[in-house]
Design a protein around this ligand. Sequence first.
Ligand code: FAD
Ligand code: DLZ
Ligand code: SF4
Length: 508
Amino acid sequence: MSTLFLTLGDQLSHSLLQHADKERDVIFLCEVWDEATYVRHHPKKIALLFSAMRHFAEELQAAGYTVDYVRLDDAANTGNFSGEVQRAVKRHGSTRVACTFPGEYRVLQMMEDWQKSFGVPVEIAPDERFIASKQEFNTWALGKKQLRMEFFYREMRRKTGLLMNGDEPEGGQWNYDAENRKPPGGGLLIPKPFTVAPDAITEEVLELVAARFGNHFGYLLPFTFAVTRNDALRVLDHFIRERLPSFGDYQDAMLTGQPWMYHAHIGFYLNCGLLQPLECAQAAEAAYKKGTAPLNAAEGFIRQIIGWREYVRGIYWLKMPDYKSENFLGADRALPAFYWGGETDMNCLKQCVKDTKENAYAHHIQRLMVLGNFALLAGIHPDLVNEWYLIVYADAYEWVELPNVSGMVLFADGGVLASKPYAASGAYINKMSDYCGGCRYKVTEKTGAKACPFNYLYWDFLMRNAEKLRRNPRLAMIYKTLEKMPPEQRKTITANAQEFLDNVAPRR
Ligand code: FAD
Ligand code: DLZ
Ligand code: SF4
């Protein structure tokens, strides 16, 4: 009896291997072409995963496990999970395959096929790295009309005991978000991000990725991500000491040339298994208790991890596979070329795409209120927007990317995740960033050739989707304002928006 323990590139956690027998079982990892190209991932993301996988395999070997590792360039590599698992079962005479529940529905479907096609039992164990199990989330969701993150988050606070005084939240409030919206004033001393110099393993991976995936969108170099658990823990520690104190205040702020701001930059590592969610949240709580981080920062950070991260995963598995094809607003336009680095005079978009291309990273508000807001207002087809987000960010896997894009950004699910679309005009971007100062467009102008496109696109979006949105109580005020708008002004807005969109994002 020998079990093949499949470990995917986003499952690099020792805790998932606790049932493996070091004497008898084989831990199996494989680099496969299809995973790097089913969408053409950013080269930094591919390098992160291949290097982290190779380091993890070495650690396992040093810890006494039998490890089988297939490299991308191995001559017989079939290029996909199914082919490689089948070959490995034959190679080792495995009598059972043990998998951990994957991060994508697509991969779950593959795994569910294997028992029939390989003729050995295939067991899919729950992914115990999450704080809420799938079952727990589904039970919470059962019978609820609305699935609001805030209430789920409170359950997670109670479950973990984080920032709790008995049954009461620390400080008397569950959520300090209202204190977390400071615009980026002058003179902020933003710490440099923690960087790791590539070692020999990473250098070899970088050569491979440059040769095989150099034509994907994004810059491979400089490559400074952590690729081991030890270094990922140093990234976390650096964040807790240097950035967490200001994380809350400036969570929504955006500055030119400052993609990292006061964010944690740990999504890369949490999502591939080098860090665990609870240890990150506990580190923030400890900083608060020690008095080195204020409550609004610690609570805000903990909410992202035990609230939003767990909640979007719950929504993904609750709603898949239908969730992927939702398009509540009937959006049908093409993705503008500037998302891939093409020319645009809209400085906010130019800066956010630049950050993304260079770092395979942009922070939450860049993703939501600039890049996402434009896609929402313009009516870009959800498939195209989802594909883009899955490609360009090194922390992107469908379980977390899809609900954020289709639910939070595009309102494509009709309000399962968000109670209203996060639509905003240029005024929001102007308030929370320094982008408008360097823009050809004028953020204060509403229509005309010089006007900020976000301004007329915002009203055009509301008019275009009035049938679907005007009864939403959270939009009642804004639709009242729209009703009072003179017909001539409405006409100009529609004409400006159509001309602009037909130029940058023609209908498909
Ligand atoms: P911080 O801002 O420092 O937050 C700490 C951690 O909280 C993150 O690392 C992450 O694990 C968690 N978190 C925060 N917000 C969310 C959220 N909305 N959903 C899930 N987890 C959250 N996050 C991903 O991990 N992968 C994605 O593919 C992804 N795609 C996104 C797409 C869009 C359109 C939007 C609006 C958000 C997306 N997010 C995604 C959420 C969030 O933007 C990133 O988690 C965050 O920017 C990662 O950077 P950080 O580690 O510095 O996060
Ligand atoms: C993203 C990715 C890439 C680029 N390459 C691999 C790989 O070669 N081998 C592997 O095991 N995993 C890879 N991954 C991560 C998978 O795509 C991920 O495990 C699934 O999408 C499920 O979340
Ligand atoms: Fe963006 Fe409008 Fe500001 Fe230009 S003026 S940076 S387009 S919000």
